[in-house]
Structures are given as C-alpha cells and as structure tokens.
Design a protein around this ligand. Structure first.
Ligand SMILES: Nc1nc2c(ncn2[C@@H]2O[C@H](COP(=O)(O)OP(=O)(O)OP(=O)(O)O)[C@@H](O)[C@H]2O)c(=O)[nH]1
Ligand SMILES: [Mg+2]
Length: 1152
C-alpha cells in the first residue's frame, strides 16, 4: 500500500536533459499563476547534501532519471564542481509539482555551502521568498548553517528544515531508534537556538526603536513614561519561527537513498490504519507521547515511563527494520514481504542487484519519495510572491540608513506594486539582477541544436510521407511503363527520404550562426512587478541612483524608450533575451510575468554585477546584497607571454563581471591583482581566467598576505621577559634624541612623542601625537564601519550645505549607542573628552583609526553632529580643515613600516598654527608648493598597493583633495581670507598641508613602539578521535592556536575550534585532508586582526638578550620576516645584511 502518491507517477521519465515541449508550455502557464509560485533556495553548510537533494527534486520532473538522482548532481554543471564534489555557484531550475488539485511552479536555486562562495548564497537568497535549510544529521549545526540562517533572516525570507543523511545514523553510527530520537531533538534545539537568538536581537532592536519614539513623544507631551524592556519578548509571538515537526516545517530525509518524510505523511497513514483522528496524531507523533495499547490511548510522559515515543514506534522502527532487512542482513524473503505489504513494485533487476543500496533506493523512493515530502512542505509552508511582507519591501527599497517616508511619494507608491505583484500591463516593471553569469554562447537556446518537439516531428513525418507517396506514384508510373520490380528501389528511397528528413530536422532546428566571442553574460534576476517582454526598454539603476533627484529632472510619466536627459547612475537598456533557467539548460521565453526568477540576456554592457531594472524612474535601487565574507586572499597575475597582456586585462574584466565577490585591481605598480575569498575561490577564478575569459596561460604570484600596522604602549618587559628598568627607559629616551638627527629639517620630536612639522612655505605648523587605541575601541570601530560611513555621509552633506540626507530614528539610535560604547572604551585621563573631539576616521573615512582635535583655539563641529541638530554650524570650520583630514587619510592608508594600512591608532592634533599672508603668495611659494606636492605624490607611488586601494575607492578618498566639498561653507571672515589667499585655498597650499599632515602622522607613528598585525582565520575542524593528533600537529606547525575542543554528542567526532594566521594558511586545508586521509576538512573564515607581539625593529641590547638570540637575532623575529617580505614585494628598501662573514664555506662532504 503506497503511503502517498509519487510525484514521479504523474510525470513520465524522459531520460534526456532537454526539456520537452509540453513541459515548457506547462511551466509557461504556471508562471502566470503567481499565487502558486514558490521561489526558494537550498541553503546549508558545505557537503550537507543540497545538490543531492536538488537531484531528487529535479528527477521528480523527469529531467533526469530517478536512478541517477544523487549521483549525477545535475545542478553542479561545471567540470570543477563535479571533480571537487562541491558546488561553486548558485544556479536555478524551474520545476512543476502537483499537490491534490493544485499545480505549483517551484523556482529552485541550489547554492554552494563552502565559505569561499558565500557571496553566491547572498545572490540566491535575494531572489527568493523561502529557503530549505539542510542539516546533516551527523554533523548537526555547523558554522555555515548559522551563517545561512542569518542570511535568510536578514533578507526576511522564511525557512523550512530538512534533516538529511539520517541513513548515516543507522549505518555509520549504528544508533538505536531511541538514540536517534534524542539526537534529532538535539539538532532541532540547536537550529532553534540560532533562530531564537536572531529573533531576540531583532525584537530588542524594535523595542529600542519604539522606546525612543515613546521617549520622544513623552518629552513632547511632558508626561513621564516608562517602558519595560523585558515585556517585549514575552508579548511577541514567535512560535511560527521555530522548527518543529508538528508545525509541518521539518522533513527527515536521506537524499542519497531517495526518501524523506514529514510527520504529516505518517499521521495520515496511521489515522486511517488505527482510526485515530489526524489532528491528534499530528500533535503527538513528535514529542514525549506513547501509545498505550491496552487502553488504546495516546499518553504523555514516554520518557519517564521508559516507553517508546510514538515517533520511535510508528516511524523510526519501520525505517530501521527496512534498512536492516535490505542493507545489513540482506534478508531477501523479508524484503519481499515488506515490499508486498507496502504495495510497492520493485523490478526483479533491482531485487537481484549486488549493491543493496540500489534495492533500498528503489523501495524508498516509492515508499517515501523525498521530492514529494519536500515539495509538499515547500508549497504548504513557504510564501508565494504575493505574500511579501511590508517590512521586506521597505527594507529592499531603502538604501543604507534612508527612511522609507523620506522617499518621494511616487517612489513610496511603488510599494503597492511590490505587494500586489501583478502582471497587468499597467503595473510598473521592477526587476532585480543579483548577479551576472557567463554561459558558453553555444549553450544559448537560439544557438543550440535542439531535438524536435512531438508536433514538429509529426509535421516532418507528414511531409516525408507526402514526398514518399509522390515518389511512389512516379515509381508506379515508371513501373507500369517499364515493368520492373519496384519494391527494392522504393524501399531504398523511403529510407533515404526518412534519413534526409531527419538530417534536415537536425540541421534546420533553430540553428543560427555562432557568435564570435564565445562567452555571453546572462543576468540572474527576478521580476518583482509587471510583465517583462523581450525587446522592451528599461531603466538600469545603479546603487547610487537617487530617485528624488531624477524625478525633478525628468518629465513626469516618461519611459526608457524616450530620449531623456542624462541622469547620474541611470542608463537605458533593451531586454534582448529572456530565459527560463533550467539548471544546465536555458529555454527561450518571450515574456515573463511578475514573481518569477529568470535569466536576461543582453545586459552585459549595462550591469556589472547587480542592478535594479525598472520601467519607472521613481524606482529606487534595491539595497546592496549582504555579503558575509570579505575577499582577503590576493594574488598578482601576469600572462606567460607578455604580449598577451591585453587579453589578460579583458579576461579579468569578464571575470569581475561573472563573479559576485572577486575584486580585480590594477595597482599603481602596474601589477594586476585578483582579490578572492579564499584558496578554493582563488583556484576557481584562476581556472576561469585561463580557460574561459582570457584563454591564455597565466602565472600567479604567491598569495599576497595583508597586514596592518599599529603602535602599542611601551612594553614593560624585554625579549627575555625581564623588566625594563628605569635605566633602560633613559636609554630609550636617549635613543629618541639620537634619532632626532634622522628627521629632516623642520621636524621636531619631543621626548613624549609630539611631532611638530612646518609646511615647506613656512606658513603653517602642525603638532601631532600618535597613541594606541584600546583594543575594545578598535574592535568597535571595525564592527561599525557601515554606521560610521552613514555618519560621514551625513556630515559631508551638512558641510556642503545640502542637508538632504534623512537618517532614520533607528540609525540615530545606533549612532548614539556607538558613541556611548566608545565612551566606555575610552576611559581615563588621557582620553578625557576624546569622543567629542573626534575629527575623522580613517582610512577611507570609516577605517579603524581616529583623528582627534585637541587644538585649543579650534572648535569645529564633531563627527557626531547628526545627534545634535542644533550644533550644525558650518561657519565653524576653519579653512583647510579638509587638508588635515586628507593628510590623516593618506597616513592611515599606508604606514611607514611596510606601507600597509594602519589599525588601532589615534592621531591627536595638538597644534595647528596658520599665518597666511593677506596677499597673493609669491612665486617662490608656488615653486616650493609644487615641489612638495610632487614629493608627496612620489611618496604615494612608493606606497604601492595601499595607495592603489585609495584610488580604487576613488570618489571617497579623493574628495578631500578635490575642491568641491570645501567650497560652500565660508563665513564672511573666511571669505575675505579665501579671496585674498586666492588660489591657495585649493591650490598648492592645501597640497602642502596634506603632505605635512601625512608626514607628521608618519613621524608621530614612528616614535612609538611599532607592531605588525596579522590577519587571522578561525577554523572549525571536525575530526574523529584517531586523527585528532595529526590535526593538532598541522595546526601547531602553522602557528595555529586551539581555542576549544569538544566532543560532538552522540558521535565519535571532535570539534576543534582554532585560530590560524592567514599568512600560514596556504595549503592548510589540503595538508589537513592529506594527513587525515580526507577525514577532516577545515573551513577557514576571516575572523580578526591580531597583534604580533615581537618588535620588527628589535635588536638585542642587554647581555641576556645577546645570550639568547645572538647578535643577528633574526631567527625569532617573525614580525621582521613578514615586514621585510612585504617591503621586498613592494620594491621598498630592505635593511638586511646578506653576507655577514665573507669566508669560504666548506661542504660537509669534503670533510670526510
Ligand atoms: N550518507 C548520505 N550521504 C549523503 C546524503 N546526501 C548527500 N550525501 C553525500 O554527501 C556528499 C555531499 O553532497 P552534496 O549534495 O554535493 O552536498 P552539498 O551540500 O551540495 O555540498 P556543497 O554544494 O559543496 O556545499 C556527497 O558525497 C553525497 O553523496 C545522504 O542522505 N546520506
Ligand atoms: Mg552542492
């Protein structure tokens, strides 16, 4: 007796991967039924079985044979994906599914689980309304499981859970059914704990926002109101958020063996069989309930009475006995009996097969087909595009900290279009492109030879038959005339005819000449409103597009087809092709209604990685995608044959477009650099570059390892752990005095580290001091980059007098919190009032270093001015305020040790004297100034990589140097000064000041004890007890530090959490895999920057130190090694003695 209908019953197996005509027509029809569309993605930690599960779902539509499901990994269409066995890109497929009387269209996106490709997950999640979270029953919740749950949460999409690989609990871990039940419960708890923490933080955030509103209201009304924080959590209903089998949002499965079920299926079965109401069973099948056979009742308290729970008795025991009979004992008779009681038909071939898994699959995929269970849950529990929540729409429409109600009315009206999601002609068309992917031009439907549809075959057959009949007629005529036997020749003729028709059918079938370039870009997109048609013109809106500004400039009701004035960050494009995404295949479409995931051709000129397309200029650009991992591994690449450079450049351009996460830079030094998320990603990018985009041989450098430079407080102990006594401190001061001679003219360094520097035209003097920031403050800065960026944007807009940016209350609150948190980190006499004195952050105006204003006679508005609207006095800025900031930005972008960015350094400006003459500067001044600017730019060139970064993020960094931002806010007095100083303001003098400030910061940095900071990965390794020792061996060899080791409950696996310097990580994953025979494989995720304790400039001074480290003392100095390696790479001067004692060396061999 089958437990449920099999999805595969409804659809025959076609056995080839091309889509049949009827199938395509069906999908086209379903695309119009928006309420029955489900856009979903499969998310999980690496190797938890996403692609295997996708195979079963794909097989249910007959696109692949069900025998191959799980083996083919159909969605992994790249060769390297198949070879390595991991998914590297997200790809979509449209499936249809019949449930009862309803037909559904499921647009399914399979995503990669490897952390290097987490940006691909972001591109998938954005286009979906729901997600299937897959968890390996043995490994449980892993780091990427948490990450994908967070991503789903951030995008506001609803998840359902599939606990996969349950067969491993039976076969590998040999658990009893009772143990399995407890184990599954634990996994559910773990997943729910992650969801719970996400939910709690959100509720508290919302409460906080409400509290601020309340406070505001109460301040206005003068009434006192208290708000109880704890109440927030209790009153918010969160039951729908959690995963629980009785809610119907959990499926237990073994994707590889083709089975899966939700308790609903078993409830249905047993309610018929045992005559218990289905509602009762639904509530009791999962949980602490047992069956009292005598009383014929379901009772609570199975655990304390040591009874089998219903789930164990009715569900797990059955599955276990099947496995036992088929796989473990191979009991043929029992199997046959079971098959007949279940009412299944298993072919004799399967019954006889030597591999018991084949038989198991044949039985299970009929009895409890996983596709049926998963797709039913998807259709029941996940929302259709019509159910998009208001919150999600607003979040998509508001970039950064923007407030929804600050958008123009026309834009706000579009919210309705999002919510209604109609395909009517009047509805505005809104599309979001989340990534561009490259396909071989030959694979495009218009260039492909496709098999004929049934109708076409029938038509051709008819034609052939007619021709044949004609020929037969002529044949007969001749026959009559010549009296020769005809059967043979006519038979031949027929064959030839048929063959001809077939050949014709193949060559004619939609074959168009091949394009010359063989990579075409297709946009991975979703239609949020309206109907998309080929040939339509649309606006392409870049991330910085501002509808407020555009609507005032454009005629109302204009469309992309008209000739319009040029608007910043907006372009017009034509939708050349529309595609249905079918995994490895694309099918051509002419129109697509709202709510569907599609591919769009012809956008490569307009869209780099992602974009918003709309028929209405009122549409705002969608918020940027949430990328979890920042690219960190960089290599320089060059063609093997230098003449092929142009091909490499072109190839890198294509690669940049085809990958959501890779960064491609050309450094000032001329090096071409790829920045990737990790080793595996790097390898994929290099392969792509070689084989697809550049098609040339290339060589890649060793990975370039990033460092940060910082200063610390003077250490209390020396290298041999002895206290540095007073005597030595005196020596240090003495050293400083000696070093004074190293500084050029015009630079003074006093004993407590204040550096005073005068510009070359002697018109201005700056006094700067460097101080290390407390660790907590640096961390806070790092975590708050987005917020600081918003704040700086606001400050800039105020300074320019635009004041158009409206910051939402929530963001203001966050800024206030940040300020308070800062205050708590910057305690003590040294930091008094420091928070209010912050002048800027750097590099790039949001980096982890700060500039403080402690100039006595200069009270400029603080960076926190958005919190205090009353204080917005633009007149309070001194001239050249920006030059000081720019100098600071440049100094923090590349430090003096090895031109790497600074981190955790506070520069305090204590003195800034200006004695500008009230006349035009003399010619001499100009000459001087120009020289200084030149010098400065030379310095930049030496800066190499760091400065290239500056140029990269050009518009932000260069702004201070450009005059625009300085232009408007001038008081009357200032104006006078500006007029008299004339071109000075934006000309050579500001350049001198920037250079002077930059140098002052560098010298101030150098008088403090300097240190390097290394980038650190965290890694979580799961390994069995036997290989644990080897894992530790590899970790310690690579200077890894173990943070935690724990045993995974119920298994023999250990989880080791460790940190590892990025510099030592290359080849780490491979080494671990090799040393443990593939039993352990780590995932490396960038975690933080860590101080390297040793001083790169250290030389032994005391006797003990000499004794310990010898005169050269470089064996211990890892920091110096790193520093020199970076300096060498950048072509900077390296102080190194290469040959110490020039004496002839003897080889050991000769000695014998
Ligand atoms: N025992 C068992 N193995 C499974 C099951 N499902 C998948 N696997 C195996 O797990 C491995 C990984 O499966 P994939 O489907 O490639 O995993 P994935 O989640 O797509 O991996 P990435 O895309 O790389 O993140 C393969 O060797 C599968 O055969 C299952 O239910 N039981
Ligand atoms: Mg996969």
């Amino acid at each position: 007796m089958p437990l449920c209908g099999n999805a595969t019953d409804c659809f025959p197996f076609w056995g080839f991967s091309n889509m049949s005509h009827t199938n395509l027509e069906k999908i086209k029809a379903l695309q119009k039924k928006t309420g029955n569309i489900r856009n979903i993605c499969i998310l999980a930690h690496v190797d938890h079985g996403k692609t295997t599960l996708a195979d079963s779902l794909v097989a249910s539509n007959g696109i692949i044979s069900s025998r191959l499901a799980g083996k083919l990994r159909y969605m992994d269409s790249r060769e390297d994906e198949q070879i390595r066995g991991i998914t590297m890109k997200s790809s979509a497929i449209s499936l249809h599914f019949t449930k009862g009387d309803e037909e559904y269209l499921v647009n399914l996106i399979d995503s990669p689980g490897h952390v290097d490709f987490s940006s691909e997950v972001s591109t998938a999640v954005r286009l979906c309304d729901g997600a299937i979270i897959v968890v390996d029953a043995v490994e449980g919740v892993c780091p990427q499981t948490q990450a994908v749950l967070r991503q789903a949460w951030l995008e506001n999409i609803r998840p359902v859970l599939v606990i996969n690989k349950i067969d491993r609990l039976i076969i590998e871990l040999k658990m009893t059914t009772q143990e399995v039940y407890t184990h599954l419960q634990k996994i559910l708890e773990q997943v729910n704990a992650v969801t719970g923490s996400l939910f709690t933080s959100k509720v508290l955030e919302e409460r906080a926002e409400k509290t601020t509103d309340c406070q505001k209201n109460s301040e206005n009304s003068g009434a006192e109101q208290l708000y109880d924080w704890s109440a927030g959590l209790e009153e918010t209903d969160d039951s729908h958020l959690y995963f629980s089998p009785d809610q119907g949002n959990v499926v237990f499965a073994s994707a590889i063996d083709g089975w899966g079920f939700s308790i609903h299926q078993f409830a249905q079965l047993y309610s018929q069989k045992m005559g218990i109401r289905i509602e009762v069973l639904l509530k009791t099948l999962w949980g602490d309930f047992y069956l009292n056979a005598k009383a014929k009742k379901i009772m609570k308290g199975a655990q304390c009475k040591e009874k089998k729970t219903l789930f164990v008795q009715l569900v797990l025991d059955n599955i276990w006995s099947l496995y036992e009979a088929v796989v473990i004992k191979r009991d043929k008779e029992k199997v046959e009996k079971m098959v007949s009681t279940l009412g299944l038909t298993v072919s004799a071939r399967d019954l006889r097969h030597t591999d018991p898994k084949v038989l198991l699959n044949a039985i299970c995929s009929q009895w409890l087909p996983v596709s049926q269970a998963v797709l039913t849950m998807v259709c029941d529990k996940l929302p259709s595009p019509l159910d998009m929540s208001e919150e999600r729409v607003e979040r998509l429409m508001c970039v950064g900290a923007q407030r929804f109600d600050s958008l123009p009315c026309q834009t706000q009206e579009l919210k309705k279009a999002f919510m209604e999601c109609t395909s009517e002609d009047t509805a505005p068309v809104i599309i979001f492109v989340s990534k561009m992917f490259a396909v071989d031009s030959k694979a495009l439907p218009q260039n492909k030879q496709r098999p004929l549809t049934q109708e076409e075959i029938a038509q051709r057959r008819e034609l052939a038959r007619e021709r044949h009949a004609k020929r037969l007629a002529t044949c007969q005529d001749q026959n009559n005339q010549e009296q020769t036997p005809v059967s043979e020749t006519c038979g031949e003729n027929r064959n030839v005819d048929d063959l001809g028709a077939q050949l014709e059918s193949i060559t004619l079938s939609a074959y168009r000449p091949e394009k010359e370039d063989n990579e075409t870009f297709v946009a991975f997109a979703r239609v949020y409103s309206g109907t998309v048609q080929t040939g339509k013109k649309m606006f392409v809106l870049g991330p910085k597009y501002d509808p407020t500004d555009a609507l005032t400039r454009l005629p109302s009701g204009c469309s992309a087809a008209e000739d319009l004035p040029s608007i910043p960050h907006m372009a017009c494009c034509t939708l050349v092709n529309l595609f249905l995404l079918m995994g490895r295949e694309l099918e051509e479409l002419t129109e697509v209604p709202s709510g569907n995931v599609i591919g769009i051709g012809g956008l490569e000129e307009y869209v780099l990685k992602s974009a918003t397309l709309s028929s209405s200029p009122a549409c705002p650009p969608f918020t940027a995608l949430n990328f979890e991992a920042a690219p960190i591994v960089r290599v320089a690449v060059e063609p093997k044959h230098p003449s092929e450079m142009p091909k490499l450049v072109q190839g890198m351009k294509l690669l940049n477009q085809a990958d959501p996460c890779v960064e491609v830079l050309i450094q000032e030094t001329g090096e071409h650099v790829l920045v990737t998320a990790g080793e595996v990603h790097l390898q994929r990018c290099l392969d792509d570059l070689k084989e697809r985009f550049a098609k040339i041989e290339i060589t890649a450098s060793e990975p370039i390892i990033p460092f940060r430079e910082t200063v610390i407080r003077p250490p209390k102990v020396d290298m041999v752990n002895e206290d540095i006594g007073k005597q030595q401190k005196v020596a240090v001061i003495h050293q400083v005095k000696e070093e004074q001679s190293k500084y050029p003219d015009g630079v003074q360094v006093d004993s407590d580290g204040l550096v005073t520097l005068t510009t070359s035209n002697k018109l201005s003097t700056i006094g700067v001091r460097a101080m290390p920031l407390p660790e907590g403050a640096t961390r806070l800065l790092e975590q708050s980059t987005d917020l600081i960026r918003t704040m700086e944007m606001y400050n800039l807009s105020v300074k320019e007098g635009r004041n158009t940016l409206a910051i939402s209350l929530k963001t203001l609150q966050a800024i206030q919190d940040l300020k308070e948190a800062f205050k708590s980190h910057l305690q003590g006499r040294k930091w008094r009032n420091a928070v209010d004195q912050i002048w800027s952050f750097g590099p790039r105006r949001y980096g982890p270093n700060i500039l403080l204003n402690r100039i006595e006679d200069y009270k400029r508005p603080s960076v926190w001015q958005c919190l205090d609207k009353a204080a917005n006095d633009t007149a309070a800025y001194r001239d050249f305020d920006n030059s000081i900031v720019s100098g600071f930005q440049l100094a923090t972008l590349s430090g003096p040790m090895c031109e790497e960015p600074l981190m955790g350094v506070c520069f305090i400006v204590e003195k800034w004297d200006m004695n500008l003459p009230l006349s035009q500067p003399s010619r001499d001044d100009y000459v001087n100034a120009n020289a200084s600017v030149k010098l400065h730019s030379q310095g930049e060139q030496n800066g190499g990589e760091g400065n290239a970064e500056a140029r990269q993020s050009g518009d932000e960094d260069c702004k201070p140097i450009a005059p625009v931002s300085e232009a408007s806010p001038c008081s009357a007095a200032q104006k006078r000064k500006t007029e008299t100083a004339g071109s000075d303001c934006y000309g050579p003098f500001s350049g001198q000041l920037i250079a002077a400030m930059k140098d002052a910061c560098r010298y101030a940095f150098q008088v403090k004890p300097q240190r390097l900071m290394a980038a650190m990965y965290t890694c979580e390794i799961m390994a069995t007890g036997e290989v644990l020792g080897r894992v530790y061996g590899v970790l310690s060899k690579r200077e890894g530090r173990i943070l935690q080791e724990e045993m995974k409950e119920g298994t023999d696996m250990f989880i080791i959490k460790a940190v590892l310097p990025v510099a030592e990580s290359f080849g780490f994953a491979d080494e671990i895999r090799k040393r443990t025979s593939g039993l352990a494989s780590p995932q490396l995720v960038f975690s933080h920057w860590e101080l390297i304790q040793s001083d790169p400039f250290w030389v032994p001074t005391t006797e003990e130190e000499y004794l310990h480290f010898g005169e050269k003392a470089d064996s211990e100095n890892q920091a110096r090694k790193y520093m020199n390696a970076v300096r060498k790479r950048k072509g900077l001067y390296v102080e190194e003695k290469i040959v110490e004692y020039a004496e002839k060396q003897r080889t050991l061999g000769r000695n014998k």
